[in-house]
Design a protein around this ligand. Sequence first.
Ligand SMILES: [Zn+2]
Length: 281
Amino acid sequence: MNVKRGAKAVALGFVVSRGSAKPDAISTTALRMMKIGLGRGLESGYEKRTKAAACISVDFDVTREERYPWNRKGTAALIRLSEAHGIPLTWAVCGKTAEEDPKAYESILASTVKQEIGVHTYSHIYADNTTEEEYERDIERCIEVLGVSSRPISFVFPKNREGHFGLLRRLGFKSYRGAHRVIGAPVVNGGLWNIRPVYYVDPKSLHAAGLIKRFIDACIARSGVFHLWTHPWSLSINGDVDKMVSEVMEPVLSHLEEKNKAGVLSLSTMGRLSNFMEATA
Ligand SMILES: [Zn+2]
């Protein structure tokens, strides 16, 4: 473990040991340096009386030609992991990518673990430089391509460029993933539940499995949501996903499964969390 990662793990250790008590100055400062906030937890807990929840969202988008083979390998690996550990994933699907790589997209629908299908627009367009009409047309086109029986309720803004919240609510969306990382319960913003992210996985996380597990433990201690996100193609190192799978994703999903079996963590999706929050708000 390198020094920086070691310091982060130590800081998270403080968060875990303090539990839901007011965090001390050291942990708040350390978390601020890691650019992660500490929000209120959900003391009443999530499903099955577990105090904390986990969710993994995957942005299924290929915006550069060379990423298609990586997208395919990454998707296959993520489905395998999801099935091996019984953990559902939330897929923020870009309609154009689903159309251009139908085999990868259909493997998500065919999974033996029910995956959540969310929307990442059709053509990966940005909410802050398109009109509401353009954004609506693009989203409807995406939903058509997805071919799912019920309308998606989870949304991920391409490049985190947020906007048109009223439209999204009108189209039936209930959850989105904001840009800012926070350990805490979901919060409502613009009529949607922000299932705030905690950790992003890409090749820079190759040696971070230990640190990510600390984040999971901190979310459990704080009754928050551990929200990890990635892209299928960001698991690729020189075109190969095996290293990221065995060194990062496998140990992290094992840890989630273990905590779920211990009864302290719900394994959820963005949509399920927003439905739960809405029902209990
Ligand atoms: Zn994207």
